[in-house]
Design a binder for this molecule. Sequence first.
Ligand code: HEM
Length: 405
Amino acid sequence: MDVDEILSGLYSEPGRQNPYPWYAALHAWGPVSAIRDRPEHHTVVAVAVGYDVVGSVLRDPEWRKGAAPGWDAQPILRTFMSSMMFTDPPEHTRMRAVFAKTFTPRRLGALEPVVVRVVDSMLDRIAEAGAGGAEVDFVAGFAQPVPALVMADFIGLPEAELAWYRQRVAWIDEFMDVAGKTAERLDRANHAAEELTAFYRDLIAHRRRCPGEDLISGLVEALDSGEVELTEDELIGNLIVLFNASFGTTAYLFSNGLPLLLSHPDTVASLPGDVALARGCVDEVLRMQNPVHFLARAAPHDTDLDGVPVRQGENVLLIIAGANRDPLRFPDPDRFDARRSGPASLAFGVGVHYCLGAAVSRLEGTVALPRLLARFPDLAVTRTPVYSGSLFLRGIDKLFVSTGG
Ligand code: HEM
């Protein structure tokens, strides 16, 4: 199989259901491969899976995010382009500094009891729904509501609006898939961006009148006092991106992680009281089943990437989920080992765009997974998990379990 055949396989339905054999095939071709069979004007010219080369591109701030042509005519792209995730320094540096200030260890400490409360209340619901051996969908009953409720508390979103809000997040995520750029998906994502912008404008006006302890109140106060360099549109763009970045990813940390953990009963048996092992489980789940598979960067100048020529402005697809199974960096890469030593995985990215919420999702994972497994020692998956079919944000959307209760 040549590289173009591997990529077509990857984008096919079987590839979307299980991309890992295709990533292994790419590794066999080397850390970086040129894409030859591509439509004219297509700017993605190479694909990288090698851990070292993916890390070095991400660490180099000269490699840019770049902007999609005609972005300013589309509300969803305008929203993205007013956020830190989609911009390059110096805009990125300025916006990230404002938000980084709010992700303090004190705030994170204050979030821990919230996570415990949210997790335990979802576990109560699962116990109730699963009583008498009934099947429960772990995704709808736990994996999604936990991060949604935790982030709602963190940001200051009214709980009553969450179902409405999550639908808009789903429309935006659909559009983010590598093969998701259809006219219909673009329309829905544009519509979602407009509605979420209006929603935040109202919420900001409300918090201006009646401030609380939440992130939005704090940011509005900083904005109005001229303490930070951020416009209201940028505040809104970043809030939309922040929730979007936090929700699906952490939901998939749970839903992708549970089957992996259940197939390693020795690890589960050692979890109680071992916080380091719980952290190791979260990191190993993210290495092996990372929700974010692809990132992309554009070359700052004509260059040679491990033998593959890339011209200025051309894009390279960086498969972080493939880099996380690079056999040169992770011996026996398909084996789950929560006590694995060695380099950190690239699950949260690296460099200037390194995930701002990594500590938040690690906290959710290390609190939630041991509590779940301790509460239901006989928890079992009852049907074959159903994956999203997206390659950008990949994870299990339906996971039926029985609690053994
Ligand atoms: C398991 C959960 C998560 C995973 C796997 C994940 C993954 C990532 C990755 C790979 C990036 C880098 C993007 C790039 O380089 O282009 C990123 C950035 C980001 N993440 Fe996460 N993330 C997770 C959870 C969260 C949470 C909980 C939050 C918010 C509390 C969050 C907020 C962000 C933000 C704001 C950025 C953009 C940072 C920047 O551009 O400077 N993420 N995340």
